[in-house]
Each structure stands twice: as C-alpha cells, then as structure tokens.
Design a protein around this ligand. Structure first.
Ligand code: PMP
Length: 427
C-alpha cells in the first residue's frame, strides 16, 4: 500500500475494504490494552523469592542494623547494586526509596530551589528556566518540569539519540537552558540506544552550557536487554571525567523493572559535589531510606552475574511479545508509506510514527474497537505532538495471543486513518 501516488478511486476502494475489516473487528467486542509500560504478573513472579529471604538476618555487611533509622545515602552493598546496574563506581551512588522518578523530582527541585552547589547556584535566581526534551520521550519527565514551571523545548530524536546539532545550537543560543532529559538506553518510547558519539557530545555540553547546567541521565533500562548481544552504552561518567564536566550529569536508575515495580530500590549516581548538594536537601526530608528493602535486594541480586541472569528471565517473557508487535508491523507496513518504527532490542516499548496527522485518529479508532493505546501526544511536552504522528506501544502486560489480537486491530486502524486522511487531503 502506497498512499502518496494512489488515485482517488484506489483510495476509495481501500477505504471500503478497510471499513469492512474494521466493522468485523467492532463486532468482536474486544477488550485489550497496550498502554502500560509495566511488568506482567509473570515477570513480577520472578522476584517472589525476595519474600522471606532475610530469615531474621537484618544485619548489613558493615554491621548496620537495617531495621533502624539512618544511612541517608544507602547501604554499601546497595550502592554496589546500583553501581552494577548503572555501570558506575559505588562511591558515586546514593540509594533512595522505591522510585527513581521521586529522586529525579527531588534533584530537579534541589537544583531549582536550593542549588546543587550552593544557594547562589539555584536556577530560580535566573528568571526563565528551560529544559531540552528529546521527543518523543517519557511523559512523566515532562510532568516534573511542568510542576516546577520549567519550560520545555522539543529536540528531535534520531536513531542514534537526540539530534546533537540541534541540542548544541539551542544551548549556545540560550543561557536559560539549564538541562536536558535523556533516556540513553532503550529510550522511552523509541527504544534507541545512544551512540558513542552522542554520549561523547552530551558529556561535553558542560563546556558550552551556562553555569549549573545538568543532564538528567535516566538510565531506567540499562540492563533490560532482550538479547545477550545487547548494544553497549558508552560510559557517560568516564566521558565527563575526561572532559572535566563531571558535575554536569546526574544519573538515575531503579530496580522497578528488575524486581517488584512498586517496591524496588532507586539510585542516583553523581559527582561528589552534586551528591553533597542533594544530601543536604534529602536530610531535610528523611532520616533515611528503607534499608530492609535494600538488603533484601542485595541478597537476591548479590553480583552483576546474578543480575544479568535474572534479566535474562525477563527477556524470555518479553521477547515473544516484542516479536508479535514487530512481526505485525513488518507484515503490515514494510515497503509502504504508512508509518515508521524502530526495532528495539530492549526496554519496554515500540514507538510507531504514523503519517502526519493520523495518530489521534488511529488511537480513537482502536479505542472504539476495544484496544486501548497510550493517548496520542502523551510522548511530547504539554501533550502536544506537533505533527500528530507518534504512538507508543507497550506489549509487556498482555499475553502473546492478546498482543497478536491487539496488533491486528492496530494495523487496521492505522491503515483506515491514513486512507481517510489522504482522501480528505485530496478532496
Ligand atoms: N524513567 C523511565 C524512562 C521510565 O520509563 C520509567 C517507568 N515507566 C521510570 C523512569 C519510572 O521509574 P521508577 O519506577 O524508578 O520511578
């Protein structure tokens, strides 16, 4: 199917065939859901052995009684777990509660309100504060910025990461840009892994950006490979050390999609100066994190090998679901001008770009046919996809037959929305 050169008669014929297919789908009264980027129950089961694992032994390697207060920046063995996940030194890790998003919000709040370095470095002193947002991206990053009144600027994603020419020119031109969001491995939603060159150029931004610029490096999918030959992400920590820009990057990760999503452990990795600034803030919020949960995690995942073997079990469950999505997209759209997508080898999402102006209508048609998709626009700041093209597909929760069924509906809705729109544009 090629719409650009199709005649009106041909388009009308396709429209009537697709409408018939769509009516047949409506009659099935489906109830399927491709919206949620969360682990399935089967994936959660993989970590159930954590329950009861402590058997009354609450004492950490350094003698800390994990049941008591204290330990603002986490147990040494939990820092090592964070280091294994993020590929950094344990000395650079702070261990928090169950959510890395909370840590991102708190670090952003500290930088904005109190300053990560000192009170003079607080972004609020400088009037307008702006953040670069590679798009499509993760909606909850945008919510953090919106909550703090930080203006967001779209930067296009490419197959090697954010378009770095655009990033560098924005930063050189505008000193109110105080940071950038990055999901460097299996980016949410495109699944892209940043290339070595992209990582290198991001590490150098601290040399051209205004003072107190911070990259928020959300490495949520750092070990979430679908294949043993996973692409390797270059070390941003090592690159910033080489360029003398260590303070310009703060990294985040968690075990949310490793163990139990609602009761995991979250991590920040940063320079000594950034950690000191953040701890000053944290000290006013809490006497310390849940160290019992930290030690449960470190006993369950004591080494990098144990961690990677555990992630292999997640991959076994996720792979057939991703295959079902990618097979359906390939069969329906290879060689057509109806859409474009990346083929991720990790993470939680497949991101599909329709023809311009067709995403909302596709999502609406699918919803009417009983297939829930993430609202079109959600992957852009302020919920506004300027070209109305991007749709995020999250296949982890439904069963494989459900993913297959939902994708049949999805491709029909994409085709119908595209044909209708092309006919309208020719009218
Ligand atoms: N960052 C990204 C990129 C995510 O996709 C998610 C979960 N959807 C999170 C962070 C949330 O992490 P946490 O559970 O640690 O708060």
């Amino acid at each position: 199917m090629q719409l650009d050169n199709a005649s009106v008669a041909q388009l009308r014929e396709w429209e009537s065939q697709l409408t018939e297919q769509y009516q047949a789908i409506l009659a099935k009264k489906l109830n399927l859901d491709l919206t949620r980027g969360k682990p399935s129950a089967e994936q959660l089961n993989l970590s159930d052995a954590m329950d009861g694992l402590l058997q009354g032994n609450y004492i950490a390697a350094d003698g800390t009684d994990t049941r008591n207060y204290g330990g603002l920046d986490g147990l040494p063995e939990a820092k090592q777990l964070g280091a294994n996940i993020m590929d950094v030194d344990a000395a650079n890790v702070l261990v928090g509660g169950n959510s890395s998003l909370t840590l991102m919000f708190q670090v952003m709040l500290t930088a904005y309100q109190f300053g990560l370095k000192d009170s003079a470095s607080a972004w609020k002193n400088e009037g307008d504060v702006k953040f670069l947002c590679p798009v499509p991206g993760y909606d909850r990053h945008y919510t953090v910025c919106e909550q703090l009144g930080i203006k967001m600027i779209n930067v296009p994603m490419t197959s090697t990461g954010p378009d770095m020419d655009v990033v560098e020119s924005f930063i050189k031109a505008d000193s109110s840009i105080k940071g950038m969001w990055c999901v460097p491995k299996y980016s949410n939603p495109t699944g892209v892994v940043y290339s070595d060159e992209t990582v290198e150029r991001i590490a150098k931004l601290g040399q051209i950006a205004s003072a107190n610029f911070r990259v928020f490096w959300d490495n949520a999918y750092s070990v979430h490979d679908l294949s043993p030959n996973a692409p390797k992400l270059a070390s941003i920590l090592e690159a910033t050390r080489r360029h003398g820009t260590e303070d310009s990057v703060v990294q985040f990760a968690s075990t949310s999609k490793i163990t139990h999503a609602g009761s995991g452990v979250a991590f920040v990795a940063a320079s000594a100066a950034n950690l000191a600034g953040f701890k000053k803030f944290l000290n006013s919020c809490t006497i310390g994190p849940d160290k019992v949960n930290q030690i449960r995690h470190t006993r369950f995942l004591p080494t990098k090998d144990a961690l990677m073997a555990h992630m292999g079990k997640h991959a076994e469950l996720l792979n057939p679901r991703f295959d079902a999505v990618l097979t359906a997209l390939g069969k329906a759209f290879d060689g057509t001008d109806l859409g474009a997508w990346e083929k991720p080898v990790g993470g939680y999402f497949v991101s599909f770009d329709t023809r311009k102006g067709c995403a909302k209508e596709t999502v609406r048609l699918a919803a009417e046919a009983g297939v829930k998709l993430t609202p079109a626009g959600a992957t852009y700041p302020y919920g506004k996809d300027p070209e109305d093209r991007n749709i995020r597909i999250a296949p982890s929760v439904p069963t494989v037959p459900e993913v297959v069924g939902a994708m049949e509906v999805f491709v029909t809705c994409v085709k119908l929305a595209s044909v209708k729109q092309q006919l309208a544009s020719l009218a």
